[in-house]
Structures are given as C-alpha cells and as structure tokens.
Design a binder for this molecule. Structure first.
Ligand code: PLP
Length: 224
C-alpha cells in the first residue's frame, strides 16, 4: 500500500475527535512529502536533531510533535518550533522546557507521559507520581508550559485485555487530573495513546491522538 492510500484509509476510519499523528521517525524526507501531499499536517518524531533537520526541509504549516525521550541538552533544538511534546517524563524536564520556551518567547504544549506498560524500559511517571506532581502545584509557575493532557504506551503484547486495562488506567488518571486541577482549563483535553497495532483499543478507551508509523509508512529503515 502507498503512503497516500494508508493515510486516506486511516482518516476514513478514525472518529472525528481523534487526530492522526504520522510517526515519521527514521523515514526519509521523501516519505514525509508523500504524506504531506496526501493532506497530512501532523508528524511525530522521537529524535530532536532529526526533527529539527526535517522541519528545515519541509513546509512551514506542518505541526511537529515530539514523542520520544527528550534529552535535556537537546530541548533547545526543538523548542522554537515544536507544536507539542508528548513525552514529558519528569518534573525536571518540564522545568527545563519552560526555561527554554521562555528564552524562545514561546509557550509549549506538553503532555505528561505515563508509564502504563508492564515493560520496565519505558520512561514516564506512574499514575500515582503524575497525580502527586499535579497535586504539588509546582507546575503552576511554569508560565511557558501549556499542559494539555497525558500520553502512554501500552505493553507490546497480543493480550487485548492487558492492553485495554492499561489504556483504561491512562484514561482514568487523565480524568482524575482533569477533575481536580483542569476542570476549567479547556487546553487540558488530550489523551495520546495508540500505535499501529493497538490504536483501535486506545480509541475505545478515550484516546484523542493516535501515533501511527508503520501502518502509514511501512517498516522503518534500520535505526540510523
Ligand atoms: C515509534 C513510535 C510510535 C509508532 O509506532 P508504530 O508501531 O510504527 O505505529 C508511536 N509512539 C511512539 C512513542 C513511538 O516511539
């Protein structure tokens, strides 16, 4: 299937409240251009320098979403243009993004990344840690951060119930945060969950943004 067909099919099946993030990490610029021609305007990348380079080569109206672990010394490369950082995995990172955003004269939209999977290698807050952090209130003085919701990755498994349980946990944590600290904040409305293999389950659990790579672009070139 071509990139164009894949995007058209996906868009036709996604409910209207769900946005498609085309995960283009490791893909050559030509593939992103193909997706752009098909009308795709939101791309997800997980390496700061790769995202910066692609941003320089592609049209200005693309929204760049950062979805990988962000090293603190790389924040400055993406803060001037990034549309959303899905993968804020510590309070320290959020503070560093705030400082960099202030310097760049921007307010950056961010999601807190929750660790919901069984795998131990993934970054993120546990639901408890995220709620404790929000309850603490330190984030309120970060004037250049717009907290927009939460992101999570489910376990890599065929066990549907396991995956559903994890996405439900993500949604529940989001709902608790919304109720307690963001009820009046319309920006806090995004739940980023679901990849090529599990996005229908994530949508079933309230996801508003799906991050899809392989099902659009095919398998990725080997880690460059
Ligand atoms: C690579 C990646 C995706 C996309 O994965 P696919 O299985 O190719 O759809 C989504 N989210 C994150 C955080 C990723 O790193």
């Amino acid at each position: 299937m071509s990139v164009t067909t894949n995007i058209q099919r996906l868009k036709a099946t996604l409910p209207p409240q769900v946005r498609l993030i085309a995960v283009s990490k490791f893909q050559p610029v030509g593939k992103l251009q193909e997706a752009y021609q098909a009308g795709q305007r939101i791309f997800g990348e997980n390496r700061a320098l790769e995202m910066r380079d692609k941003h320089e080569q592609l049209p200005e109206d693309i929204q760049w979403h950062f979805i990988g672990h962000l090293q603190r010394n790389k924040i400055k490369y993406i803060v001037p243009f990034v549309a959303m950082i899905h993968s804020v995995d510590s309070p320290e990172l959020l503070e560093d993004i705030d400082r960099a955003a202030a310097k760049a004269g921007r307010t950056v939209s961010c999601l807190l990344q929750l660790h919901i999977a069984r795998e131990t290698t993934k970054f993120g807050f546990s639901p408890r840690e995220a709620l404790d952090y929000l309850a603490g209130g330190d984030w309120r003085r970060l004037e250049h951060i717009r907290l927009c919701g939460m992101m999570g990755m489910a376990s890599f498994t065929n066990d549907r119930e396991q995956v559903l349980g994890e996405f439900r946990q993500l949604k529940q944590c989001f709902d608790t945060a919304k109720e307690n600290w963001f009820a009046a904040d319309e920006n806090f409305c995004e739940l980023s969950g679901g990849m090529s293999d599990d996005y229908p389950l994530a949508i079933q659990c309230g996801s508003t943004m799906v991050r899809i790579g392989t099902a659009i672009f095919g398998s990725r070139p080997v880690n460059p």
